[in-house]
Write a protein that binds this ligand. Sequence first.
Ligand code: NCD
Length: 309
Amino acid sequence: MGKEIRSVVNILDLSVDEINHLMELADAIEADPGKFQECCAHRKLAVLFYEPSTRTRLSFEAAMLELGGQVLGFAGADSSSAAKGESVADTIRVVSNYADIIVMRHPKEGAPVVAVQNASVPFINAGDGGHFHPTQTLADLLTIRRTRGRLEGLTLGLCGDLKFGRTVHSLIDAMLRYPGNRYVLISPEELRLPFYELEKLEKSGVLYQEVNSLEEAIPDLDILYMTRVQKERFFNEEDYLRLKDSYILTPEKLLKSREDLAILHPLPRVNEISVQVDKDPRAKYFYQTLCGKQMRMALILFLLGLDKG
Ligand code: NCD
C-alpha cells in the first residue's frame, strides 16, 4: 500500500487539530519566512481555474513561489482543453502526471469530488459553484484568531448573499466545531442561507437568528463577515439588480459597533463596504488576504508531508 493521499474538498476534511496545526505553521511562516523558502524546491503546484479569481489563484501561486516551488496551470476554461469538451476527470488524471499537488476552482458544485476520485496527487478545492470554499475559510479562521485571539464564544454576523456565498457555508461549517459561537444571519429573504446549512445550525443546537437589518444587528457583533451578492449565480439579471445593494456598510453604520469588532470580507468587494470604512482599524479584509497566503503555504506543506521538518 502506498501512502494515503490527503485532499481538501470541504473544510471538514481537516480536523480541528489539523487546522490548529496549520495556524501554528502560518504563525511560524510569518515570524521567519526565510526558514521556509526552499521547502518546496523541485515541487510543482498545478493551478486549474475554470472560473475568474484574483486572490485565490494569485495567493496560491505566491504561496508556492515563496516556498521555493513552481507553478503551472490555466486561468479560464477557454484557454484549456475544457473548451474542446475534455472532462474534469480526464484533465485531473493528466495533470497528476505533471504536478505534485493540484488546486482547482470550478463553477459546478461537486466537480472537486470527481477530481479527487481521479487525482493521484493531493487535491485542493479552491471553490465549487455556490457550494464550498475551504481555503478561504482557512484565511478567515486565521484572521479571526489573530484579531480576536480566539475562535470560540464569538458572535458572528454574516451579511449579504448567504444563499450563493460559498465562503459563508464553509465558514459556518468550520465555526460550528468551536464551542459557544452565536450566529446572526443578515440577508434579504431571497438570499437566505440554504436549507442544508440552516439544518446544520439547527441540529447543533447553537444560538442563531435570521434578520434583515444590518443596523440592528451591528452592536452585538464580534465579527462582521460581509459578502458580495454573487451576480454570476443568478438566473435573472432583474433579481440581481434589485438585490445587489441590499447592504452597504458605511462609517455611520459602524458608530454603534463594538470597538473590537473585526470586519471581514472574502473580497472582491463591489459596493457592500464603502471605501471610507477601509481606514477604520476594525477593517481587517485586506489583512485577511495576507492570512490567506500564509494559510495556503501551510496547507501546501501539510499536504505534501513537508510540515514536520
Ligand atoms: C470569494 C469566492 O470566490 O467565492 N472570493 C474569494 O475567493 N476570495 C467570494 C466572492 O467571489 O464573492
